[in-house]
Ligand binder design. Structure first.
Ligand SMILES: *[C@@H]1O[C@H](CO)[C@@H](O)[C@H](O)[C@H]1NC(C)=O
Length: 380
């Protein structure tokens, strides 16, 4: 069986005395939000298993291989809203969505390839100003900055929206105006989060699944099913409203199907300033992901034609003169490349490599605007 089962580490932080780490408390403003910044005592952190070849295999080629595990291999569950706050947000969101019909209208324009029944927070004034009043952004930035080793100044929203999932009845199976899941995908941004607004008892199923956690042995993660936050299939389900799953958006993930009830989440795509990003790392990963997709498609096409190989034809070049057609038998290596489990592992390897490389170590980051001007924009 796969070795990487052993690589998952889970730390269930027990209710602890409320101490803020120095690095964090320093940058917290003196406003009343200080004591609410880290609401959570139910911190959970999961680490994506190691998929890339061992350091030995790569030794001469690539020194970056040593980067496991990077901060981006970590998926965190953190409480970002109290239950009361989450409930208020849910009420505001529901009222707004019902008055505008947002939740019965997959939003093709905003999310070209992944329709979600959602609305942007900036379109719902009452929710936007509530989040502002409670200092939500500050809380989020503090957590992300601390967890992913990125300066607060380097973080910004690309999108913040409320998404709504709902179980489908049998005759709604093909109704595309209802969303009950989200297929596996990668986000445009380096960081993302999904914050549960509902009481978890309002629905069954749901949660965020990660391909890389799919084969993780449940027993290892938690003996006690009451504490279970990772479910079979690599699904993370927060245990209370107000809890968010924070992760690198480049990790292949999706939303598990909601089998009963309704699930509403606040979703954010968070950009990290380019100065922190290693050039070419993403392009390389995309090439590898794409290569696998093409191999799969070609093989599928062959199978559907009933062939076990590539069709050979030179008629296009020889234009009828001496053209031959024939069948090149598929090489076993080509078949292997097309097999879905093989493909999946190749992609997970590329993903692993990407997570190790994409974020530059602090001392390699380019100078930031704030460093150049020492925060004094009047010199401009
Ligand atoms: C939970 O994690 C945050 C960082 O995301 C940290 O500041 C806080 O101290 C942790 N809480 C506990 C109880 O360990």
């Amino acid at each position: 069986m796969l070795m990487f089962l052993l690589w998952v580490a889970l730390f269930l932080d027990v209710l602890d005395s409320f101490i803020l780490p120095n690095t964090i408390s320093k940058s917290v403003s003196s406003s009343s939000s200080t004591t609410r910044l880290f609401l959570g005592s139910n911190n959970v952190t999961l680490t994506i298993p190691k998929f890339s070849p061992s350091v030995e295999e790569y030794k001469d080629q690539d020194k970056d291989q040593e980067g496991y595990s990077s901060v981006l291999h970590k998926i965190h569950v953190r409480t970002l809203l109290s239950k009361e706050e989450a409930k208020k947000c849910l009420e505001m969101a529901t009222t707004f969505a019902e008055s505008t019909g947002s939740w019965n209208d997959p939003d093709w324009e905003r999310h070209a390839s992944y329709a979600t029944c959602d609305f942007a927070v900036e379109d719902c004034e009452i929710l936007e100003s509530y989040l502002k009043d409670i200092g939500f952004d500050d809380r989020l930035w503090q957590h992300l900055s601390y967890l992913y080793d990125v300066d607060v100044n380097d973080l910004s929203y690309l999108d913040l929206f409320v998404a709504h999932y709902q179980a489908k009845s049998n005759d709604e199976e093909h109704d595309s105006s209802i969303m009950d899941r989200l297929e596996a995908h990668r986000d445009g941004t380096l960081l993302s989060f999904s914050l549960l607004l509902n009481d978890p008892n309002d629905f069954t199923g749901g949660g965020t699944f990660y391909d890389a956690l799919r084969d993780v042995d449940q027993q290892q993660v938690s003996e006690n099913s009451d504490e279970r936050i990772l479910h079979p299939g690599g699904i993370i389900r927060p245990k209370a409203e107000g809890q968010a799953v924070l992760h690198c958006g480049k990790i292949l993930h999706g939303a598990d199907v909601v089998t009963s009830g309704k699930r509403t989440v606040l979703v954010g795509f968070v950009d990290v300033d380019n100065r922190c990003i290693r050039e070419g790392a993403l392009a390389e990963a995309c090439t590898n992901f794409g290569r696998m997709d093409v191999a799969k498609k070609r093989y599928k096409r062959q199978l559907s034609k009933g062939n076990k190989g590539w069709t050979l034809s030179n008629s296009r070049w020889l234009q009828g003169k001496a053209h031959v057609t024939g069948l090149v038998p598929a090489f076993s290596s080509a078949i292997r490349r097309a097999e879905s489990e093989y493909q999946r592992l190749q992609k997970l390897k590329s993903e692993d490599r990407l997570l190790r490389r994409i974020l530059l170590p602090r001392d390699e980051r380019r100078e930031s605007f704030f460093e150049i001007f020492d925060g004094d924009i009047t010199v401009l």
